[in-house]
Design a protein around this ligand. Structure first.
Ligand code: HEC
Ligand code: HEC
Length: 187
C-alpha cells in the first residue's frame, strides 16, 4: 500500500468516526464500498441543522460547499441578512451548526459529489450559493427557465427538493428527478 493511500484511508476512517453517519454495525470497508459514498453526498445527521436550516428551504448537505463558504454563511452578521431574510440564531446553536457544516464540508468529505464540487472550484473560491458552484451550475445549465424560475411550483434552482425527489436522503441521481407540473425527468 502506498503511503498516500494509507493516509487517505486513515483520514477517511477519522472522517467516518467524526461524522458518525455509519450504522453501528457498518465497518469502514462497508462504508468505503457503499454505493452512496461512491455516487452521492453525505446525508445530514444533525437534528439541529435539519430544524434550523430546513424551515425555509431544504437543509442543504454541507458536502455541496467548501468550508470557507460555510464560514461566511454561518457568520453571525451574515445570518442577520441571509439572502434578504433573517436567519439569526443563538450563539450556542450558531457555533454548533458552523462546526457541523465545516466538519462535513466538501473538502473534508470522501463522497463523490463533494469531490466533484471541489474539483470544479478554483483554489480559494468560496461561493455563497451551491447553485454558483460550477459542477452544480453545469448540471442544470440546459434546463429552460420555464422549468425552473418561471415554474411557479419551483421558483428557483435553490429549491433542490422540488425536483430531486430524494434530496432529503442525499440522493441526487438523475433518475430520481421530476420537474413539478411536467413529470419524471428525461432528455
Ligand atoms: C428565514 C428563512 C431561512 C432560514 C431559516 C435559512 N435560510 Fe438559507 N436561504 C433563504 C433564502 C430566502 C435563500 C435564497 C433562496 C433563493 O435564492 O431562491 C437561502 C439560500 C441559502 C443558500 C444558497 C442556496 C443556493 O442558491 O445555492 C444556502 C447555502 C443556505 N441558504 C444555507 C442556509 C443554512 C445553512 C441555514 C441554517 C443556518 C439557512 N440557510 C437557514 C432563507 C433561509
Ligand atoms: C427545476 C428542477 C431542479 C432543481 C430545483 C434542482 N435540480 Fe438538480 N437536476 C435537475 C435535473 C433535471 C438534473 C439532470 C440533468 C442532466 O441529467 O443533465 C439535475 C441534476 C443534478 C445533479 C447531477 C445528478 C447526476 O446524476 O449526475 C446534482 C448533483 C444536482 N442536480 C443537485 C442539485 C442541487 C444540490 C440542487 C439545489 C441547490 C438542485 N439540484 C436543484 C433538476 C433540478
Amino acid at each position: 500500500m502506498t503511503k498516500r493511500l494509507a493516509a487517505w484511508i486513515v483520514g477517511a476512517s477519522v472522517a467516518l468516526g467524526n461524522v458518525g453517519h455509519a450504522e453501528a454495525s457498518e465497518t469502514f470497508w462497508d462504508w468505503f464500498f457503499s454505493v452512496k459514498r461512491m455516487k452521492e453526498v453525505a446525508p445530514v445527521n444533525d437534528a439541529a441543522y435539519n430544524e434550523e436550516c430546513g424551515s425555509c428551504h431544504f437543509p442543504y448537505q454541507p458536502g455541496f460547499l467548501p468550508a470557507a463558504s460555510w464560514q461566511k454563511l454561518l457568520d453571525a452578521k451574515a445570518l442577520a441578512d441571509h439572502f434578504g431574510d433573517s436567519a439569526e440564531l443563538d450563539e450556542t446553536t450558531r457555533k454548533h451548526l458552523l462546526e457541523f457544516a465545516v466538519a462535513n464540508s466538501a473538502e473534508k468529505s470522501y463522497y463523490k459529489r463533494a469531490r466533484k464540487v471541489i474539483a470544479s472550484l478554483k483554489k480559494g473560491d468560496a461561493p455563497l450559493r451551491i447553485t454558483d458552484v460550477p459542477y452544480i451550475k453545469d448540471k442544470h445549465g440546459k434546463l429552460p427557465a420555464q422549468d425552473v424560475k418561471d415554474n411557479p411550483k419551483v421558483k428557483s434552482l435553490s429549491y433542490c427538493n422540488k425536483c430531486h425527489l430524494k434530496a432529503e436522503e442525499a440522493t441526487f441521481d438523475d433518475d430520481t428527478v421530476a420537474i413539478p407540473g411536467k413529470g419524471p425527468w428525461s432528455w
